[in-house]
Design a protein around this ligand. Sequence first.
Ligand SMILES: NC(=O)c1ccc[n+]([C@@H]2O[C@H](COP(=O)([O-])OP(=O)(O)OC[C@H]3O[C@@H](n4cnc5c(N)ncnc54)[C@H](O)[C@@H]3O)[C@@H](O)[C@H]2O)c1
Ligand SMILES: [Zn+2]
Length: 375
Amino acid sequence: MAGPVNGFTVEATCALEFGPGAVARVPALVDGLGRAAAFVVTDAGLRATGIVDRVVGDLTAAGLWTEVFDGIGPNPSTTAVEHGATALRAFGSCVVVAIGGGSVLDAAKGIALLATHHGARATDDLWSSPVAGLPLIAVPTTAGTGAETNGFGVVEDTCAKRKVYLGHASVRPRVAVLDPELTVGLPPAATAATGFDALVHGVESLASRGANPVSDAAAAQAVALVGRWLPVAVDDGTDLEARAQLLLGAHLAGQALTVSGLGLVHGIAHAVTAHTGTPHGVALASVNEQVMRWSAGAAAEAYARAGAALGTADAVAGTAALVEGIRVRRPLHELGVDRGLLPVLAAAAVVDPVTANAPRTPTEDDVREILDAAW
Ligand SMILES: NC(=O)c1ccc[n+]([C@@H]2O[C@H](COP(=O)([O-])OP(=O)(O)OC[C@H]3O[C@@H](n4cnc5c(N)ncnc54)[C@H](O)[C@@H]3O)[C@@H](O)[C@H]2O)c1
Ligand SMILES: [Zn+2]
């Protein structure tokens, strides 16, 4: 943890609307941003649950011109982002309303940004473009990524089989609408995987080289909330208090990671997902314990804080027990990782930008050993 004497900058994140039923405020929020139209970005699976059509009904009833783009899938691709941007450009000036998990939220940032950059590709570096993207409202329907707190997305470049980071300060959501009722229908396995992502965000943020007292405060509270309520939400998805606490925990973890950056668990998981399509949280769970053990010497103070938040003296064992309890861990070979792929994953993990914040800097050989142990 960097002390206050070192100096740091924390940018404002999004405004927040929290509470059961908060999604009903979306039309007023669009109106408040001074636009008469809303372009809803979502995925087809979520649309089938009826959540999206309810919001679309509210938007239309409020007199807002509305269109839906539901062409985003899990682990969104650069191609899907480009298709969405083409549709958005045809629709015209509006607020982008992203309703979904981290995949949809991340893709929507890319869509909102590309729409104002004619001719640009999703693989282009637009971070310092002088042109702003369209304003975004984020409505997360998973309690996990915290993607509503930041202006970047992790999108898969399907040709290169790697994750690319796209984003711009202008597409950081203006408002995050956290409505726990929207997460009640998320099945137990998806609740476990997405919720575990939030826990890793909290722990990796505490241990990150980019941590500061602001990120630490958010991360410690996130670990406490997720550690306490994730097992409850997995066991009983209809427990609204558990859903609400978990959604807040995931949001705080997002606030923390946006300030501090992440670490090697994410560096490896991005590579695993790019090569196998494994859901983000499941990929994290497959290597989390091995990475934490390998990092423990360098992250002693951070892990002591994480342990305190989890109510255990040993954060590594405490996290491993939580993973077992929510049944989210699988060895890498069950996720479609051949042994021959391990060197490829190791090479990708060490150069993933998130790995630069890890408390202990890994070589490819170090990551190979970690992957062997998790295989
Ligand atoms: N920007 C960031 O800060 C950040 C941080 C971490 C992860 N990510 C990215 O987020 C993505 C993962 O997002 P995720 O874990 O939220 O999963 P997801 O968005 O891929 O959703 C997983 C599945 O759950 C379904 N689903 C979502 N909400 C539902 C609901 N309420 N009821 C029923 N089904 C529902 C979706 O249709 C999808 O099939 C990855 O691409 C990852 O790289 C981004
Ligand atoms: Zn994550």
